[in-house]
Design a binder for this molecule. Structure first.
Ligand code: SF4
Length: 424
């Protein structure tokens, strides 16, 4: 990004993050922090992602081939903003994806990301019923069109090339490949016996990204989709390639984020974060979960938030939320809310453990309000005041300064009565 031309934007971000402007600028120059914002867009809540910044949470929105209501996606956007999403991605693969993207771009006060290969694939599927009619030109044109419309960041699955594909094909995985973009490109590459255009024309993509100041999120087609596949050779081979592409992007002044797992047992998360930081020159790490077990159907937001909290503690910068609907259906508005709050808690837990003093202050305020049994103050400081309030008032007791959990045996109140005997 052009740092000097965007100084007022950076001043606002530095103020929000409570970091010195010079520090922020230096980290952007080094590529360890990105500010995803297309030069054509003006938004109320820009953000910085990366080293020394608060951990950010992304919400995935967007229609599917079976459910493509614009109104529903806009409701999801509004819930996402209400509960603190730092960015949203429009992952639409329904027939009206252009309209949905336009509406989200118009209404979102936070950065918006997309996966341009989805639009190309939807068009090909509508016209021919498969992906073989796609040409590299279609892909580049779509990327440029979306950049012109103002998309702030793109997922580009450029880490799947002939070499990583060969390693992948020799790998005995349980889940093969679970990335949607990766699977589309795999089909195309095999049908055409050609190189992945997102890899082959990476320099052209960099030119577009540079012109519109779009941040590239280098997608991980080979991310593990089962804990049994985590940290295998195919995943690491792709990460090494993403490291090389990061270097190329940085040399052209293009901001880059690296996408990561996926499904992964807790014991492997720290290694994966360290590997990404080392191999990709400290570029911000954007983890998709990670889900720490494969068996949490209906509760995958919890499996994901556990992995996300630990990943954040280990140095991941950007968390892609997971909803309870993961692996089961397109999320509803309520699923979006549940998933987002789970990941806001994970991000905050990461911030606390990383020593972010502002995260610490918020916890201190809640604890002090709890000690005073000041319910309203606790509600207001929580992630979901409405839910907290509804829980409290459902069982509201005659004794107003305790809750129904311990009631007359409220330890906080009992100890308060002994206050004068306690040395403070
Ligand atoms: S009643 Fe029990 S749970 Fe409720 S505030 Fe008092 S100590 Fe906490």
């Amino acid at each position: 990004m052009d740092i000097e031309k965007r100084i007022s934007l950076l001043e606002k971000i530095a103020q929000d993050e409570k970091v010195a402007l010079e520090t922020l600028k230096e980290k952007i120059r080094q590529g360890t922090v990105v500010v995803p914002l297309n030069k054509k867009r003006k938004i109320n809540h820009p953000c910085a992602i990366g080293e020394g910044m608060r951990v950010k949470v992304n919400v995935n929105l967007g229609s599917s081939w079976e459910a493509d209501g614009i109104e529903e996606e806009l409701k999801k956007l509004s819930v996402s903003i209400k509960y603190g999403a730092d960015t949203v991605m429009d992952l639409s693969t329904g027939k009206n994806l252009k309209e949905i993207r336009k509406a989200i771009l118009e209404q979102s006060p936070v950065p918006v990301g997309t996966v341009p290969i989805y639009e190309v694939a939807v068009k090909a599927m509508e016209e021919k019923g498969n992906f073989s009619s796609i040409t590299p030109r279609d892909i580049l044109q779509t990327i440029e069109e979306q950049a012109r419309e103002g998309v702030d960041f793109f997922t580009i699955h450029c880490g799947l090339n002939r070499k990583t594909l060969e390693v992948f094909s020799r790998q005995k995985r349980v889940m093969d490949m679970v990335s949607r973009g990766g699977a589309i490109l795999l089909n195309w590459m095999l049908a055409k016996n050609k190189e992945n255009p997102l890899y082959e024309y990476f320099d052209k993509i960099l030119e577009i990204a540079k012109e519109y100041e779009v941040t590239l999120s280098l997608g991980d087609s080979l991310r593990p989709g089962s804990v049994l596949d985590a940290t295998d050779r195919a995943q690491i081979e792709e990460l090494i390639l993403l490291g090389e592409l990061t270097q190329r992007a940085h040399s052209k002044g293009v901001q880059v984020i690296i996408e990561g797992p996926g499904h992964m047992a807790l014991d492997q998360i720290e290694t994966n974060v360290l590997a990404e930081k080392k191999i990709c020159q400290g570029a911000p790490f954007y983890v998709l979960g990670p889900l720490v077990t494969d068996i949490a159907l209906g509760y995958d937001h919890i499996a994901g938030a556990i992995g996300a909290a630990y990943a954040a503690y280990c140095g991941a910068d950007f968390l892609c939320y997971v909803t309870p609907a993961e692996h089961l259906r397109l999320p509803t508005v309520e699923d979006v809310k549940e998933g987002l709050i789970a990941f806001k808690i994970a991000a905050h837990a990461g911030d606390l453990a990383r020593g972010n003093k502002h995260a610490y202050i918020r916890d201190e305020q809640v604890s002090r309000a709890r000690k005073k049994r000041n319910w309203e103050e606790q509600f207001e400081l929580s992630f979901d005041p409405e839910k907290a309030r509804a829980y409290y008032f459902r069982d509201r007791q005659k004794i107003k300064d305790v809750c129904s959990m311990c009631s007359k045996f409220c330890s906080i109140k009992l100890v308060d009565k002994c206050r004068k005997f306690l040395i403070k």
